[in-house]
Design a protein around this ligand. Structure first.
Ligand code: DLL
Length: 447
């Protein structure tokens, strides 16, 4: 992926602040394993998972038989490369419960993606899966600097979305007090943050922007709030957004990664002492990076599509599930397990504008670096004749008047750094739709 590699965010040099690290005695045994011990555990669990998926799921049995693979052939991690991949489409075709590897009565919980296009993606969990999820979630929050007894304001949406209940169980398991506020009704959230004085907030990065704005609207200074840490995920965000959230709210902003098909929030999480991209909890989720076009595995360090094989899941094991998320695998720093770089985008969200690949995260970095502009922006795609056009609509900061020069500066940076011409409209403060969870960035008016 040479063009995307050029546009990938630069790898950060980790700034290690050991004073923020959790007490090593509180880490899970797997977080302290050597690479060799981890490899042995992964190998054993991979063989079990492959057998379980083959026996329990007709889809996997057919896919393995078609590829001429017997589960007993899988004896080492390198054998993964020969196994068939799984896509969201496979899950849709087996809607609703066809990917379950255990009888439905053994499934304790169902979640599902919102499914804006076509059927939703359904996922299931046994009791043991829910315990594993809560444990990796608790591990994630601890890595992010959350501590037992912290008061946690959980503004991820509750319901079929895995964010709310997933983060909830994680915080309870760590020993925190949880406020299950869910998303929306932002004025009320601001009121309760003032009254309850939480230490931690859990929500999407764009919803945190909404909360920050609402605090200011209420005449409050977000930097004066009780909150110390925010654990943000469920949508791509940038290093520039981290700076914005940290300075506007006076918090540490950490990146938590996950997806429903693999488990939910807590597939990996950033460590507060390094803030250098989510550490993947490799004892449960085995990551690979593939060339998104050819499907060929790429070495660590190269940018491509993230693919996961679950190693311990019972209800819905996944073999080489293609996430469509673009990133690269990096060596472990705060833990021996590998990290991923920030997700630079999803293959789904890649805009191809006159032959150039553009990701919303690239625009985010440019907008956030421009004085006088707020972090709220949208991308509108339209067609004039045979030409595709992109308009960046971005809000001016309250009181900022020189909109023309801000618009020109953003257009110039887009041309310089991405290589495409875009129209830039600086619109009124508070005129664009605010996020209540996962924000929609792209408005495609072409069809
Ligand atoms: O969004 C799970 C989650 C909830 C993660 C809360 C973190 C916090 P899904 O709805 O299945 O699950 O969406 C998964 O969201 O494939 C990515 O494209 C995106 N995503 C999740 N976390 C991040 C992140 C939840 N930290 C999809 N950075 C994934 C970038 C993320 N993208």
């Amino acid at each position: 992926m040479s063009t995307d590699a050029q546009s990938a965010p630069a790898a950060r040099t980790p700034v290690v602040d050991p004073t923020l690290a959790p007490d090593p005695a509180t880490l899970d045994a797997a977080e302290r394993m050597s690479r060799d011990e981890l490899t042995a555990l992964q190998t054993e669990r991979l063989a079990q998972t492959v057998r379980h998926a083959y026996t329990g799921v007709a889809h996997y049995r057919a896919a393995f038989d078609d590829a001429g693979i017997d589960p007993s052939d899988v004896t080492e991690l390198a054998d993964l490369a020969g196994l068939p991949m799984t896509s969201k489409e496979d899950l849709r075709q087996n809607y609703p419960f066809g990917m379950f590897a255990v009888p439905r009565e053994q499934v304790s919980r169902i979640h599902a993606s919102s499914g804006t296009t076509g059927r939703p993606t359904v996922v299931g969990y046994t009791r043991q899966d829910l315990e594993m999820w809560a444990a990796v979630g608790a591990r994630s929050l601890r890595a992010a600097g959350v501590r037992p007894a912290d008061l946690v304001h959980n503004a991820y949406g509750y319901g079929l979305f895995t964010g709310g209940l997933g983060a909830h169980a994680a915080a309870e398991t760590l020993g925190c007090t949880v406020i299950p506020i869910s998303g929306g009704m932002t004025a009320r959230q601001v009121q309760l943050i003032g009254d309850f004085r939480p230490d931690v907030i859990l929500c999407t990065p764009t919803y945190m922007l909404t909360i920050i704005d609402a605090m200011r609207d209420a005449g409050l200074d977000p930097r004066e709030s009780s909150m110390r840490i925010g654990v943000f995920g469920a949508e791509p965000w940038t290093e520039a957004m981290r700076q914005e959230l940290e300075t506007s709210a006076g918090i540490h902003a950490l990146d938590i990664y996950g997806l429903s098909e693999v488990i939910g929030p807590g597939v990996g999480c950033e460590c507060i002492e390094t803030k250098d991209g989510p550490t993947i909890w490799e004892d449960h989720f085995y990551p690979e990076i593939l060339d998104p076009i050819t499907g060929v595995p790429l070495p660590d360090g190269e940018l491509g599509e993230l693919v996961f094989t679950s190693l311990t899941k019972q209800a819905m094991p996944v073999i080489r599930y293609r996430t469509k998320d673009l990133t690269r695998l990096l060596p472990g720093v705060a833990r021996p397990m590998r990290r991923i770089d920030r997700i630079s985008g999803r293959t789904d969200d890649m805009i191809i504008l006159r032959g150039v690949n553009v990701f919303p995260t690239q625009i985010e970095e440019i907008v956030l670096a421009q004085p006088g502009l707020s972090p709220h922006f949208q991308l509108e795609l339209s067609r004039s004749g045979r030409m595709d056009e992109m308009t960046v609509k971005v809000e001016a900061e309250a009181g900022h008047t020189d909109r023309d020069s801000a618009a020109r500066a953003v257009a110039h940076e887009i041309k310089e750094r991405i290589g495409v011409t875009a129209a830039v409209q600086v619109v009124d403060h508070a005129s664009l739709e605010r996020s209540a969870g996962k924000l929609r960035r792209i408005y495609d008016l072409r069809s």
